[in-house]
Ligand binder design. Structure first.
Ligand SMILES: *Cc1c(COP(=O)(O)O)cnc(C)c1O
Length: 296
């Protein structure tokens, strides 16, 4: 498989919103890198795919849920670059828009049930799959780990190259949603202390984001809880914020990650925790494919 010499360009755009109170905000649009392959999941995959290629694999096997942005990006990449993909799915067969896309992209699906999926961290989990698909390279859930983080480092470069378009000489930090914290860790690695990275956690504390991140990097970041009661929990204030934001500036958000992250920023500004004049880069991590069926 490979080579994967496609490095998409994420546009950096100014973001004008009436609650910024003097904070200057730009958005790095990972949702706009490609019509099919969207978001941070492509960048998280790049280094995994390079490893798969070096290992002489013919394709990739990975896991996720019925709305998984990760499986969606992987399946789309498999179709684009002509390598086979296998997805191990959480729960019982469902026909979400995401699943329909996975099938259309040619991904081979196996539904593991809930118990079967929970066993994914157990020692013998991969053995039968390796026996069934000996030529496929396995990528962890969400494209995580150090390889996933390293693949996201290029985002720092891409943003810096575009600062001039905003009339910015520099910036004061990054703001983004964290699910596992892998993307955040990639920015922290690439910044090497130059600018702080703020992670708005889309999952509650007990999901181990802090541990994941501290296993990859030391310092240079701050995590705050933006989960609003749990992963994928949606409330009217959040949905209203997403709708208002899209109307105000044309940037579409979804309620699991990007909507919660930007709302958490608004609340931090309103609480006076971010000084006027601060220049922040908000990473739009994509995920819009997953919102089909979640919001109207
Ligand atoms: C997966 C995902 C995240 C979380 O990324 P991590 O690297 O796991 O922190 C954020 N936003 C969107 C849209 C995602 O799909």
């Amino acid at each position: 498989m490979g080579p994967f010499d496609w490095l998409p360009h994420a546009p950096l755009e100014p973001l004008a919103l009436d609650w910024l109170n003097g904070v200057e905000l730009a958005v790095l649009r990972l949702d706009r890198i490609d019509p099919l392959i969207s978001g941070n999941k492509w960048f998280k995959l790049t280094e995994h795919l390079a490893q798969a290629q070096r290992a002489g694999a013919s394709g990739v096997i990975s896991l996720g849920g019925a709305y998984s942005n990760h499986l969606h990006a992987l399946a789309a990449a498999g179709k684009r670059f002509g390598f086979p993909t296998v997805g191990l799915l959480r729960g019982h067969a469902q026909d979400t828009a995401t699943v329909q896309d996975l099938k259309a992209f040619g991904m081979q699906l196996h539904w593991l049930g809930y118990g079967g999926y929970r066993a994914r961290h157990e020692p013998g989990f991969w053995e039968p799959w390796r026996a069934l698909y000996p030529h496929l390279y396995s990528v962890p859930e969400g494209g995580g780990g150090l390889a996933g983080a390293v693949g996201c480092g290029v985002l720092v470069e891409q943003a810096r190259e575009q600062l001039r378009n905003l009339g910015w000489a520099d910036y004061d930090g990054w703001w983004l949603a964290a699910g596992t914290g892998t993307t955040l860790a990639g920015l922290v690695l690439a910044e090497a202390g130059a600018h702080p990275v703020f992670g708005a956690m889309a999952v509650p504390d007990d999901h181990g984001v802090a541990q994941n991140v501290s296993a990859l990097v030391q310092g240079g970041y701050t995590l705050l809880d933006a989960s609003r009661g749990g992963f994928a929990k949606v409330d009217p204030l959040l949905l209203d914020f997403i709708e208002t934001t899209e109307q105000a500036c044309g940037v579409p958000l979804e309620p699991l990650y990007t909507g919660k992250a930007l709302l958490a920023l608004k609340q931090q500004i309103e609480a006076g925790h971010i000084a006027p004049g601060t220049r922040l880069i908000f990473v739009h991590t994509g995920g819009l494919q997953g919102r089909r069926g979640l919001t109207a």
